[in-house]
Design a protein around this ligand. Structure first.
Ligand SMILES: *C/C=C(C)/C=C/C=C(C)/C=C/C1=C(C)CCCC1(C)C
Length: 238
């Protein structure tokens, strides 16, 4: 069997490797910290650990897949997202629950995130000639989540929950608005149909490699950083 090595100039494989390690380390951290987390915040910190753990398993697989084939593991990225993004939405419900968040809010967030990811997958993989249409539907679901967090139910409940929850919600809102915006950007640049039918990218392979590096860095910030905001909240007075 051929022995596969990461070439020193292969930044795609390298960031997959670092991503795997970072997600694993973060998971160990969140899981071990559970024992000295107050009862009130334990589920939230547990969910932070589940998010990075699910990502670690996917990154381990995607790292090997990319090294062996040289391809972008688009399918497994979407499997990862479809498990982790709804869990990130669950965090918004959990931290506003004591201020009266209803189960209906949880389902709205989960449903919107599933619509966003399923229509994104259709546009990127199954029906790329209609990528603009699917991208617009996906984008609408994305903005609905951002709306709930910044101006809707999540925002108003977080005010009631106390200054620390309000502050954490604001920071997590920036993750949603800026950190998550990287993914639709990659979609616009990497999908066949391009932006409004334009062909923005000439060299598709190079674009996909660049996208993988950006996604790998963004994922680490969005999943570990997001979890750390929840962790910091769990150490506060609220
Ligand atoms: C840890 C992974 C995260 C936080 C992934 C988030 C992914 C998105 C916010 C993806 C959004 C998309 C759009 C808003 C439109 C185009 C299609 C997607 C799925 C890339």
């Amino acid at each position: 069997m051929e022995h596969l090595k990461i070439a020193s100039d292969n930044y795609v494989a390298f960031t997959f490797f670092i991503g795997t390690m970072a997600m694993m380390a973060a998971s160990v951290f969140f899981f071990f910290e559970l024992s000295n987390t107050s009862q009130k915040w334990r589920t939230s910190v547990l969910v932070s650990g589940l998010i990075t753990f699910i990502a670690a398993v996917h990154y381990y697989y995607m790292r090997g897949y990319n090294l062996e084939t040289g391809d972008s593991p688009t399918f497994f990225r979407y499997v990862d997202w479809i498990l982790t993004v709804p869990l990130m939405c669950v965090e918004f419900y959990l931290i506003t629950k004591k201020a009266g968040a209803k189960i209906g809010l949880l389902w709205k967030l989960i449903f919107a995130s599933l619509v966003m990811l399923v229509t994104g997958y259709i546009g990127e993989v199954l029906d790329p000639t209609q990528s603009v249409l699917w991208g617009v539907i996906s984008g609408a679901a994305y903005f609905y989540i951002a709306y709930l967090v910044w101006f809707g139910e999540v925002a108003s409940l977080s005010q009631t929950a106390g200054p620390q929850v309000a502050k954490a919600t604001r920071i997590l809102g920036w993750f949603v608005l800026v950190g998550w915006a990287i993914y639709p950007l990659g979609y616009i640049l990497g999908t066949e149909g391009g932006l409004f039918g334009m062909k923005l990218v000439q060299d598709k392979a190079a674009a996909l490699h660049a996208m993988d590096i950006v996604y790998n860095i963004a994922d680490a910030i969005n999943k570990i950083g997001f979890g750390l905001v929840i962790y910091a909240l769990s150490r506060s007075e609220d």
